[in-house]
Design a protein around this ligand. Structure first.
Ligand code: B12
Ligand code: SF4
Length: 470
């Protein structure tokens, strides 16, 4: 069977110069989801093709479909890119009406009915995709009915069927390593990687999936059903060795949601890297309450140079409101330990969670001055994403309905307490507090004014996606 697995063309951003949505963000990290699916299919004897269409235009997508003539097209669907995922499906329908269109990923998982009702998608794989997709392909090959396959939703003659979840593995060692062969890793360059490593061949690696915490703005817990599944240290080190040998990889980002949740496992990974003399620079992402001096020391010795923490806010009341379940004192302690271990502590911050005011922004500025992150914090405005408690709150507050996702509008900012302009004002206030030079620089470039206009445009309601089926 001819199988093609895709990520859709990347979302074009509003260009401040032309005020048109014609700016394509660079490729940052290779998509691991479809690479993992491809590896599982390949191990089972299938020969799927794999393509990251991030910087492809629609003619390119059309040419690819004509060239490959797939029987099954699997498309990844994240919330930001859902419109392009559906446009890709529409193109498949038009050019290859016989092909089965399968969608997976967070957005398809949270809204399977919308995907199926579009008439463009035949099957949605719910949640983790490896086992369900493999079984689906096997059944298709054998000419068997897909209707009773666990872990999927589909359209049949009686309407929509939502099947119960399929078997999931708690040990990710059961899966083969993601299939990177279709990617040119040198094309992926993330600004999160320090400049001295940015030109080295690199990739991100997942050593675990999921998170047991339930921060109100985050969907990871609900997507993985509260599960935290992990790989053993030996298995991670085997993949690292393979990446070094086959792809020449010299830099890795462990982009797990919570790399150090299991302290002994994280130390085990460090130990393997050291014992096997794997020559890699790496960084990782975790929580401030999941590190200590001993662990950070192991990480440093194993080649880690930077740790990203989701700090979100310096206001105790905001941390409570978003259910972060750590304190400002724990943030300060983790940063102190990380500095002392010779690692670069960096952080993500949010602006606009419920309860945000200029005073809470001031508290965040004070915290950042005290903890001295190695780089300017990455500051996002709180966005309403499906699968989160914030989404449910926003629905109750009348800010959004499920129908919003039938447009191509960007996921909206949380405007339950502040309108768009005030949110941007608060964000600029935080930028000014944590990096005055950057703030001045942005103002000198006229960025503040342009940025306001840009965000207003970005906040426009999107166009309906209903027409795509015709
Ligand atoms: C690394 C990462 C990134 C990287 C790279 C992403 C990439 N190229 O893969 C970068 C830094 C670029 C990034 C950016 C963003 N990200 Co991000 N990211 C992640 C992270 C931490 C890991 C992704 C990953 O590799 N997962 C592992 C693979 C194996 O899982 P997967 O891709 O979901 O695929 C599995 C299933 O979804 C399913 N599946 C997926 N596709 C398909 C297709 C088919 C056909 C089938 C059958 C199944 C299937 O099967 C796969 C295997 O089990 C996740 C959190 C997480 N734990 O997943 C967030 C996550 C994906 N990101 C998220 C967000 C919100 C963002 C940003 C919007 C953040 C921001 N505000 O800027 C941006 C914009 C992304 C965009 N343009 O769409 C959200 C997405 C939520 C949503 N509803 O879409 C997540 C889930 C985190 C969260 N907080 O909720 N991200
Ligand atoms: S923000 Fe981080 S700690 Fe909180 S639920 Fe999401 S992944 Fe877990």
């Amino acid at each position: 069977m001819n199988i093609l697995l895709l990520t859709p063309p990347g979302l074009r951003m509003m260009n401040p110069n032309t005020m048109e949505p014609d700016l394509l963000p660079p490729k940052t990290w290779a998509p691991l989801g479809i690479a993992s699916l491809a590896a599982v299919l390949r191990r089972a004897g299938f020969a799927p093709s794999l393509r990251d269409l991030h910087d492809e235009d629609w003619n390119g997508v059309e040419n690819l479909l004509r060239e490959k003539q797939p029987d099954l097209v699997g498309i990844s669907c994240f919330t930001f890119e859902r419109a392009n995922a559906l446009r890709t499906a529409a193109l498949v329908r038009k050019l290859l009406p016989e092909a089965l269109v399968v969608m997976g990923g967070p957005h398809a998982t949270f809204f399977p009915e919308q995907m199926l009702q579009s008439g463009l998608v035949d099957v949605v794989v719910l949640g983790e995709g490896e086992n369900a997709l493999l079984e689906l392909v096997r059944r298709m090959e054998a000419g068997r009915d897909l209707r009773y396959l666990p872990g999927i939703a589909l359209r049949d003659t009686d309407g929509l069927r939502m099947n119960p979840p399929g078997p999931r593995t708690n040990c990710l060692d059961d899966f083969p390593f993601p299939d990177y062969r279709a990617y040119d890793l040198s094309e992926y360059k993330s600004p999160e990687v320090p400049e001295q490593y940015r030109d080295l061949p690199g990739t991100h690696v997942l050593t675990s999936r999921g998170c047991p915490y339930t921060c109100r703005f985050c969907s990871v817990n609900s997507f993985f059903g509260g599960r935290w599944a992990f790989r053993s240290p030996g298995n991670v080190a085997d993949e690292l060795e393979q990446l070094v040998a086959d792809q020449g990889v010299r830099h890795v980002y462990f982009s797990d949601d919570l790399f150090t949740l299991d302290r002994e496992r994280a130390i085990g990974i460090c130990r393997e890297i050291i014992d096997r003399k794997i020559n890699l620079a790496w960084m990782a992402e975790t929580r401030v309450d999941c590190v200590d001096a001993g662990l950070l020391g192991w990480m440093r010795r194993a080649g880690c140079h930077r740790v990203y923490y989701g700090v979100e806010s310096g206001s105790p009341s905001i941390l409570t409101t978003v259910n972060k379940r750590f304190s400002v004192a724990q943030v300060a302690r983790a940063f102190e330990l990380t500095h002392k271990a010779g690692l670069e502590p960096c952080c993500f911050l949010m602006v606009g969670n419920p309860g945000e005011t200029p005073e809470t922004i001031g508290e965040t500025v004070e915290l950042i001055k005290a903890i001295r992150p190695a780089t300017t914090p990455i500051i996002g405005i709180t966005t309403i994403l499906p699968g989160t408690e914030l989404y449910e709150l926003s629905k109750r507050q009348g800010l959004i309905t499920d129908d919003y996702w039938l447009t191509d509008g960007n996921p909206p900012l949380y405007t339950g307490e502040h309108d768009m302009d005030d949110l941007i004002y608060l964000q600029m206030l935080l930028v000014q507090g944590v990096n005055p030079e950057m703030y001045e620089h942005l103002c000198a470039m006229g960025f503040d004014e342009g940025y306001f206009r840009l965000r207003r445009l970005g906040g426009k309601r999107g166009r309906s996606l209903h027409g795509l089926a015709s």
